[in-house]
Ligand binder design. Sequence first.
Ligand code: NAD
Length: 312
Amino acid sequence: MSARVLDGQALARAMQEEIRDEVAAFTAQHGRPPGLGIVLVGDNPASEIYVRNKLKTGGEIGFRADLERLPASATLADTLALVERLNRSDAHDGILVQSPLPKAMGADAEQRVFDSIAPEKDVDGLTPVNVGLLVQKRAALVSCTPSGIIELLDRERIQIAGRHAVVIGRSDIVGKPMAILLLHRDATVTVCHSRTPNLADVCRGADVLVAAVGRPGLVTKEFVKPGAAVVDVGMNKVTDAKVAESLFTDGHPRLALFRSKGSVLVGDVHPEVADVAGALTPVPGGVGPLTITMLMRNTLRAARARAGQTVS
Ligand code: NAD
């Protein structure tokens, strides 16, 4: 058996077309496009790529998308002042602070900066107000990756209600909001993490398995009930030949890609899982494109709410 591919790229394209029309209507009505301000501090290479993709997608579908950069030497006070300026800006409906902030800023810097974002502009759904509203099932702005996953499961008609969902990972940005969204859709939810004993056994009980860990190929066949839907959130750049060879058999195009480029992007789910799962998101082309799309949808929602429009 080979799992059905859950094509996040195709869904992202379709959703972006819908958003483009809605953005054009907003712009015509209000005389300005919805605006997103992205704060990037320092020069983390992965963050540079993520931010570039967000700016590009935003620009392509009609948003105003501004990069607000600070050097790696910036202080916490500089960063808080920048967020405050965006909080007050009329042109910006959404604010995203790219994680991670430079370590030198201090252990609690990220929390303090996220906390300072105006909740109505918090398009990553990370402020205490929006997390609280999410827990109470009345959030307007929900973390982008988990809400994109729910869209994908819905569009692919994968049943959630009454099923057992297992989420591996308990981060504030993916694991926890994912578990809450699945709970709100009437799944019975188990959350696993680095201290979970017998991880494979627990995961094998899942009808819907979401892996958000950051470990290449952690989820092997033994983790998966035959026919289960498996969502691979992991985005891991593999540069070690041994790891690449443990994931892909000789002759596999991804191994050839690794050999020519010296690196390959892989998820947390081992490719062999395709033999067991009923449905599976690919990496790349699964969850990643949906995360950016949901960021755009959240920015449009924030813009409408700020303009006094009713937001569903
Ligand atoms: P994180 O490091 O904040 O959290 C990882 C979680 O995995 C932790 O809760 C930890 O307890 C758990 N964990 C670690 N080792 C484990 C193990 N051996 N067994 C079980 N659980 C273990 O990471 P995150 O921000 O939640 O991101 C997770 C992955 O998802 C990363 O690869 C990240 O790059 C990727 N990601 C992808 C997207 C996307 O759009 N595709 C978005 C966000 C994050």
